[in-house]
Design a protein around this ligand. Structure first.
Ligand code: SF4
Ligand code: SF4
Length: 104
């Protein structure tokens, strides 16, 4: 019996999606405050319908985002919606594509 060796070729894989290679794209979305997680008052705004939302600055980013590190400054008190926004989800990928030029 003869044995044929089949060379193994490297398989191209997509780089893992992580927040560390993202310019906090999801922190430009409107975030409603539907539970009390202790968000400081200075970061809370009221929308046109009277609901509480995270305050966003003129450029669209959340006021609680640190502009040097692009990390959340209230991570332990961030809203429920931010906690449930899943890295790598369809929504996450949509936001990343929207600001693709900002990636490292
Ligand atoms: S868009 Fe996705 S990868 Fe970027 S910061 Fe938000 S959860 Fe993380
Ligand atoms: S509260 Fe934090 S995680 Fe939520 S949008 Fe603002 S900066 Fe991003």
């Amino acid at each position: 019996m003869t044995t044929t060796l089949i060379p193994l070729l490297p398989v191209a894989t997509e780089p893992a999606v992580t927040c560390s290679t993202c310019a906090a794209c999801c922190c430009q979305l409107e975030v409603m405050l539907i539970t009390d997680t202790g968000v400081p008052e200075r970061f809370i705004d009221v929308d046109d319908w009277g609901g509480e939302v995270m305050l966003r600055l003129d450029d669209g980013w959340c006021a609680a985002l640190d502009r040097d590190s692009m990390l959340c400054t209230i991570y332990d008190r961030r809203p429920l919606i931010c906690r449930e926004f899943e890295t790598g989800s369809d929504e996450c990928m949509n936001e990343r594509q929207g600001i693709a030029s900002a990636y490292i």
